[in-house]
Design a protein around this ligand. Structure first.
Ligand code: GMT
Length: 379
């Protein structure tokens, strides 16, 4: 099949997932066309089946806000026609679903074809941004106009029906992880640099937005650090970073916390960590938690959103109510003092991640695509 993928090219979960999906589809001999405003961060190796089309947004002195959505829809039309795409799969509703609707109408009037649009909802496009009344009418309309809607968890599907007047079925296709890639042996020299005296390593990775409750990460760590020799590694960047660094100083844990910014080789980093902290206010799924589990790192998280769909409390991770930093710290302190149980739970986490392996999830997307494929049999 010839598949167009539209996503944010950044480190966010939706962009990461869409890029990994495109790479996996290309490995299965589909032709994949990424349509984005920058090369997606995880699109870092050559593959003969992958094409990258940049959305250029020309500026003009009249524009305080360059019309990105118009440029995106126009690029979609160009790629659909010139590369004879079979379908367009857009990730994150805003503004990708509405741009796709526009492209679909143009394709209809230009070449009398009905290009199928698959919209995957990822989380904040529904739970945060999309619900804002500035966007809601367009989001509702363009989701309903998609040929297929998928959500990355049952929780996100439920939230979508709760918050928008959706008239169509939503398929749940969970996030996935390439277990082979994340199942790495820890790199000892790297571990030594981070924890020279064999301290336990805790990890957090996110875009440092309010919804991630990064201050809770630091508060949890401060409690752990009082009891257990430990280091905290903070990966990523975003609006909260500066105040979080301040908080570390305020709690006097700055010497045990290292901020390393955005990182591409997450599998190397996750491999050396003992515990991954994700106390988010909401996670539609929590892709980073799944990647941590595939790296045999134990996840301690909030029980918000779709996290209970991956984590079984006390079996392959621990969860507590949003904001309950004391419980999250207590779980960590207990497990870090019991090496046998820690190893047992890390193994259970890995087994759970295998259920979400890329090989189990990609066929679900392919089946959805086949519903619309013009070719029979689809190739
Ligand atoms: O977590 C973010 O803020 C980034 C966001 C995105 O769309 O880039 O992530 C969302 O999509 C991921 C991939 O489907 C999910 O695993 C994350 O849970 C979800 N984030 C939220 O719901 C806050």
């Amino acid at each position: 099949m010839r598949i167009g993928i539209v996503c944010y090219p950044t480190f966010g979960g939706s962009g990461v997932l869409a890029t990994e999906l495109g790479k996996a589809l290309a490995d299965k001999d589909h032709q994949v066309h990424f349509i984005t405003y920058q090369q997606p961060v995880r699109l870092n190796a050559f593959n003969a089946n992958i094409f990258y089309h940049e959305v250029r947004v020309p500026t003009y002195p009249l524009f305080d806000y360059p019309p990105y959505e118009v440029a995106l829809a126009s690029t979609m039309v160009d790629v659909i026609i010139n590369h004879d795409l079979d379908l367009l799969h857009v990730h994150y509703a805003i503004p990708h679903a509405s741009a796709a609707y526009m492209a679909k109408q143009i394709i209809k009037s230009k070449i009398n074809r009905n290009i199928p649009i698959i919209t995957t909802l990822h989380g904040t496009d529904i739970t945060l941004v999309g619900r804002d009344k500035t966007y809601e009418p367009v989001v509702t309309f363009s989701i309903n106009e998609s040929d297929t809607i998928t959500a990355v968890s049952q929780n996100l599907k439920d939230e979508t029906y709760k918050n928008f007047a959706i008239t169509k079925d939503i398929d749940v296709v969970h996030n996935f992880v390439d277990v082979k890639r994340f199942d790495k042996k820890p790199f000892d020299a790297f571990k030594k640099v981070l924890a020279p005296d064999g301290e336990k390593i805790l990890l957090h990775a996110s875009n440092f937005r309010k919804v991630k409750r990064v201050d809770d990460v630091v508060k949890i760590f401060a409690l752990i650090n009082k009891e257990i020799p430990s280091k905290l590694l903070m990966v990523g960047d975003g609006p909260e970073r500066h105040s979080i660094e301040e908080l570390c100083r305020h709690l006097n844990i700055q010497d045990n916390v290292r901020f390393v910014g955005k990182q591409e080789q997450m599998e190397e980093i996750m491999a050396v960590s003992d515990i991954f902290l994700l106390p988010s206010e909401y996670e539609s799924f929590g892709l980073s938690a799944l990647e941590a589990m595939a790296s045999r790192s134990l996840v301690i998280s909030s029980n918000a959103g779709g996290l209970p769909e991956i984590i079984e409390h006390g079996v392959n991770g621990y969860m507590a109510n949003v904001g309950d930093v004391e419980s999250m710290a207590a779980y960590a302190i207990e497990i870090l003092q019991n090496d046998n149980k820690l190893e047992e739970m890390k193994d259970a986490a890995f087994k759970q991640a295998e259920r979400f392996d890329i090989s189990n999830i990609i066929p679900q997307y392919e089946n959805i695509y086949r519903r619309y494929c013009r070719l029979d049999p689809c190739v």
